[in-house]
Design a protein around this ligand. Structure first.
Ligand SMILES: Cc1ncc(COP(=O)(O)O)c(C=O)c1O
Length: 473
């Protein structure tokens, strides 16, 4: 690394040469300076330390003689040695987070090496993304003169993107919204965070599905809420089991996470009636239902709602890429300014250039085209996985017609046997998820098969390896 700006801490012992020498040696020994790093020219370092150039040269020479540095004529002075991972031991600290933050972050898919037969849940197929189009659109924005790059943007998001999203949800999901109802977020997760922050007081009850999305449950708990898991049946969240004083209910009605069924229309109506009666708000997380394989989708809660209680949350993590960190929410006008203020205090707004690129991407019809193409491919994969599950007598398929994963219950067997199978399957190159990891109070023995991350051609072999392991277990 080129070190234009090296900050050295000098102690007070000895002459300046000895201080500079010790400062550099300490930086090399504790890993701040690494093998291969080029030190600043002696004149520049002398100037920044307010010492003479001769002082720095002498320190460099001493470290060179001792083998810590090496001079290359005409090129500079470098730290020697072979690069090795440096483990700095942090100081012992008495500073602690609040108890809500005691847990480790969940490992994300990207931190694990991709297995050969990758059925991990939650991943879209990164090979389908139209990289050339996206690069063109982003580079167009990252040019001098292409907008106010030196200023902060609107916390609600760029107007062109909000309009594009309002149109998109209106057409694709029959969600009635205009640009003022939309707030652009850094993924669905931030939408949940903003809603939680502006609505919840510590101790407030939030009802979530059980099994359900762990990052939603953990988020509301981190805000000091009492999070209560509510069972789901084949029609979705069991409204009769809702805690009477819940202030907020978080649901995934289009494609229940992780089981995969849709919430029935009757149940949707029941939930809205319940919310009206109890003066509660509902978050509708519509995270992956753009990929639909049959049937007309049911009306979103948002469009059935006549009393402004539903906050609709969407994301581009599945339709595009999760690493873009772009999502949105559609909120009733009563929450609008609070949500915008919370976004401003949290992180200002989403990166302006990505927002502008996405607005144009949508306006050019690229999003719709990409979803059409991806749906066709995911539809084939869905059919292959469903077919393989239906051939396994030990499994009972949970019917689903959308999204990027399907779920199957183990007909006879307990949570322990599912866990054991899921942990040994990687030896066969297969990774699937265990429904149990998404349960709090409920205990459901089953498997979740994601098909976003596995090429279509590998599904048959992956499912066959799964089947053999299941039969042996
Ligand atoms: C239920 C649910 N909601 C939302 C998301 C997407 O989150 P984000 O938009 O923060 O990437 C996921 C991703 O796996 C999910 O499973």
């Amino acid at each position: 690394m080129e070190l234009a700006d090296l900050h050295l801490t000098l102690d007070r012992r000895g002459d300046f040469t000895a201080r500079v020498y010790r400062g550099l040696l300490a930086a090399i020994q504790d890993g701040r300076l690494r093998p291969g790093d080029r030190l600043p020219p002696s004149r520049a370092l002398a100037q920044s330390l307010a010492v003479s150039r001769g002082t720095v040269l002498t320190a460099y020479e001493r470290l060179t003689a001792e083998g810590f540095l090496r001079g290359r004529t005409g090129d500079g002075t470098f730290v020697t040695g072979s690069p090795a991972p440096v483990r700095r031991r942090p100081p012992r600290s008495a500073i602690r987070p609040r108890a809500e933050w005691a847990a480790e972050p969940r490992r994300t898919n990207g931190e694990r090496a991709a297995p050969s037969y990758d059925f991990r849940v939650g991943m879209p197929d990164a090979t389908l993304f139209p990289y050339d189009v996206w690069r063109r659109l982003v580079s167009r924005e990252l040019r001098l003169g292409s907008g106010d790059l030196a200023t902060y943007g609107d916390p609600a998001g760029r107007l062109d993107l909000r309009s594009a999203i309002a149109r998109y949800v209106g057409i694709a999901r029959s969600v009635r919204a205009d640009e003022d109802d939309v707030l652009v977020t850094s993924g669905a997760q931030q939408a949940l965070d903003l809603v939680g922050r502006v609505m919840l007081r510590p101790g407030d009850i939030v009802a979530v599905e059980d099994p359900g999305y762990p990052l939603a449950r953990a988020l509301f708990a981190s805000l000091g809420a009492r999070v209560v898991g509510v069972p789901v049946d084949e029609s979705g969240l069991v409204v009769d089991a809702l805690p009477t004083r819940a202030r907020l209910v978080y649901v995934t009605p289009s494609h229940q996470f992780p089981l995969g069924m849709a919430m029935s229309l009757a149940r949707r109506r029941e939930l809205l009636a319940w919310a009206g009666h109890r003066d509660a708000a509902v978050i509708e997380d519509d995270y992956d239902s753009e990929f639909r394989f049959s049937q007309r989708p049911l009306e979103p809660l948002h469009s059935l709602d006549t009393t402004g209680r539903v906050i609709y949350v969407g994301t581009f993590s599945k339709t595009l890429l999760p690493s873009l960190r772009l999502g949105f929410l559609v909120a009733p006008p009563t929450l609008r300014s609070a949500l915008q203020a919370a976004r401003q205090l949290s992180d200002g707004h989403s990166p302006t250039a990505s927002q502008a690129a996405l607005a144009r991407f949508m306006a050019e019809g690229q999003l719709a085209r990409h979803i059409r193409k991806a749906s066709r491919i995911y539809g084939e994969r869905h059919a292959l996985v469903v077919d393989a599950i239906e051939r396994m007598d030990d499994l009972e398929l949970v019917p689903s017609t959308a999204g990027l994963h399907v779920c199957a219950r183990l007909r006879s067997g307990d949570l322990g046997s599912v866990r054991a199978l899921v942990t040994t399957l990687p030896r066969q190159g297969v990774v699937v998820d265990d429904v149990g990891q998404f349960c709090v109070g409920s205990a459901q023995a089953g498997f979740v098969f994601g098909y976003g991350g596995i090429p279509t051609g590998r599904i048959a072999e992956g499912m066959s390896r799964f089947r053999q392991a299941l039969m042996r277990a």
